[in-house]
Design a binder for this molecule. Structure first.
Ligand SMILES: [Zn+2]
Length: 623
């Protein structure tokens, strides 16, 4: 029976690989199913196709001897008498048939219905525009490359001494050089070159022995000298890669990472100057040249990214590394990390890449993910309709959640690169030697060390190492008292500290609890002086008042009685008053032992150290 059902699956699969419209698909499905003797296919009862992402229903009735949910691509739904369907993530959400089951993203089968299930199944494909693109029509291979512009944390601009400052009064940080006035000469900023080389070292790039600067010629209102100084054929860094950290993926995608431990290959990193900033109003535009000439590092990846989720993880991981190296604040909201996406689709089996379509104006992580998802669907649908895609640049509109065409290849600029005659090439050997000792411990190295040295779980170590400040805070707490288990401190930091900061929208620098104070609190719990629940209460108050744990414990009267003499007196009194229970303990009744502990706790008004009480009872009764 299994073999026949598999045949049916292959037939549907076969149908999927045929180009054409839905009618074609339905016909092939029918043919395929009829050819399978074990499947008596009823007619497809409804079908339809509308272009341009318009949803239609597509219903079919299949009669199965043995029923299957068949899944391919990302979407497929066989719906059994009102059961539910898969969604975009390939998850079948619980239907009333109780057949809900996760479909593996690998795109293989699925699930066998119980033999006794009614032999009537309704196949349904919803959101046809989407479903057809991804499951019925030929599967497309998505290829994505990212160009990331990161503003460097230098004090002055790339070719002049004007300060770099975010949010300053417009046009207050300018000079003849960055305004592009005739005759003004550029002077290289050494710190910017060093920070770019350091970035290359963190990402495993090579730095050529000689690098140079070139002019990229084009007219732009916020670039008055009509060329941008950049690096054309001899950039500061070549090759390298960005490791994708598990926790850098979007939260909802962390459980189904397609390629764990993937490293996205880089093409190059070069250094250039930023342009000014235009702000458009109804009838006029203002220009601010504070940003003109600030150092901008462009990190170009190979077309090595397979999905929106990987692009998200790439940006998040890269951001972490840039912040670790102190080379950029990498804050997308402030615009000091900006991203262009190149995306192309090609049918499975085709070797050469499809037309490269560039997305501009992506200024948040979520925008990158949404824009890639949108563009993947848009291109797949266009290809399904038999359209030929052409190389072009598109703008992402975050509010509308869609991309619009900016220009096609025909309007592509010829930048007429040539070496900047005002700037000499730079020999890099000395700079490389200078920066080598400054390569910091990177997030994945720190994570491995936290696991190894502190016994943190992989997840905890990942969270702690994800931010440089958080890792430093944690290590300060661990260093404050070596006798406190580092793993316990990790629990407190992740579960309690981060939660409390999040609740009050505070960042770590504003945290009212200092690392030493948390360490002292955990030490008190570990010594058995207060219970875990009491410690939570103490922590809440530490966070409110900033007072040390000891002071709060005292004020709350949580201090446990750990004085052996005092505890022995209490226990002796209880033993003397309950000879029958003593006999039970002697008879091996553990419950009676607990009863004594409970009585002692009561007698001490909850202040007795329960561990010590149990020990004393054991010693006194059993000897
Ligand atoms: Zn200047």
């Amino acid at each position: 029976m299994k073999a026949h059902s598999d045949t049916a699956r292959m037939q549907v699969w076969h149908a999927k690989s045929q180009p054409g419209q839905i009618q074609g698909f339905a016909a092939l499905c029918q043919r395929g199913l009829h050819e399978c003797p074990q499947l008596r296919a009823g007619p497809w009862v409804a079908e339809g196709a509308l272009p341009n992402r318009i949803s239609v229903f597509f219903l079919g009735v299949l009669l199965f001897d043995e029923q299957h949910i068949i899944e391919h691509g990302r979407l497929l739904f066989f719906w059994q008498h009102g059961g539910f369907l898969g969604d975009e993530a390939g998850e079948i959400r619980g239907g009333d048939g109780g057949h809900g089951e996760k479909i593996r993203p690998s795109g293989r089968v699925s699930k066998r219905f119980p033999r006794d299930a009614p032999s009537f199944a309704l196949a349904s494909v919803l959101d046809f525009g989407f479903g057809l693109a991804h499951s019925v029509m030929p599967k497309y291979i998505v290829t994505i490359g990212l160009e990331v512009h990161a503003q460097l944390t230098t004090q002055s601009k790339m070719f002049c001494a004007c300060p770099v400052e975010y949010g300053a009064e417009p046009n207050t940080h300018t000079c003849p050089t960055c305004l592009g006035l005739p005759g003004a000469l550029p002077v290289l900023n050494a710190a910017a070159i060093e920070k770019t080389i350091l970035t290359g070292m963190m990402l495993g790039c090579e730095t050529p022995p000689l690098v140079k600067w070139d002019r990229k010629n084009y007219f732009y209102p916020d670039m008055p000298k009509n060329y941008q100084i950049t690096q054309f054929d001899l950039p500061l860094c070549i090759g390298g890669g960005v490791p994708l950290y598990d926790l850098a993926y979007p939260k909802d995608a962390q459980k189904s990472i397609a390629k764990p431990g993937k490293v996205v290959q880089l093409t190059r990193i070069h250094l250039e100057e930023d342009v000014g900033k235009s702000t458009h109003y109804d009838k006029f535009t203002t220009l601010d040249f504070n940003r003109a000439g600030t150092p901008l590092m462009e990190i170009v990846s190979e077309p090595d990214i397979d999905s929106a989720e990987e692009a998200f993880a790439y940006l998040t991981s890269l951001r972490q590394i840039l912040i670790y190296g102190g080379v950029s604040d990498a804050d997308m909201e402030k615009g000091n990390l900006r991203c262009d996406v190149n995306i192309s689709l090609r049918p499975e089996g085709q070797k050469e890449l499809g037309a490269k379509i560039e997305l501009k104006n992506l200024n948040s992580m979520s925008a990158v993910r949404r824009a890639i998802k949108f563009e993947t669907e848009r291109q797949a649908e266009a290809l399904d309709r038999g359209e030929k895609l052409i190389q072009s640049t598109r703008r992402w509109d975050d509010d509308r959640g869609e991309t619009t065409l900016m220009r096609t290849k025909e309007d592509a600029h010829d930048y007429r690169y040539f070496p900047d005659p005002d700037l000499l090439p730079v020999r890099t050997a000395d700079l490389v030697a200078k920066m080598k000792p400054q390569v910091p411990e990177l997030p994945h190295e720190k994570r491995a060390r936290f696991e190894q040295d502190y016994g943190c779980s992989a997840y905890d170590a990942g969270v702690l190492a994800s931010e440089k400040e958080l890792a430093a805070w944690y290590e300060a707490a661990v260093a404050a008292d070596q006798s406190v288990p580092a793993k316990k401190i990790a629990n407190w930091v992740i579960n309690d500290l981060l939660g409390a900061l999040n609740d009050r929208s505070l960042n770590l620098a504003e945290c009212p609890v200092k690392p030493e104070a948390l360490s002292a609190l955990v030490a008190t719990v570990e010594a058995g002086k207060i219970s875990n629940n009491q410690a939570k209460e103490v922590f809440a108050e530490m966070f409110e008042s900033g007072k040390p744990a000891a002071e709060i414990i005292k004020a709350k009267g949580f201090e446990q009685v750990s004085d052996t003499g005092a505890l022995e007196a209490i226990v002796e009194q209880i033993l003397a008053a309950n000879p029958d229970k003593v006999a039970e303990v002697k008879g091996g009744n553990e419950k009676a032992m607990n009863w004594f502990t409970g009585q002692a706790m009561k007698a001490s008004q909850g202040k007795a150290n329960p561990k010590m009480v149990t020990e004393i009872v054991r010693k006194k009764v059993l000897g």
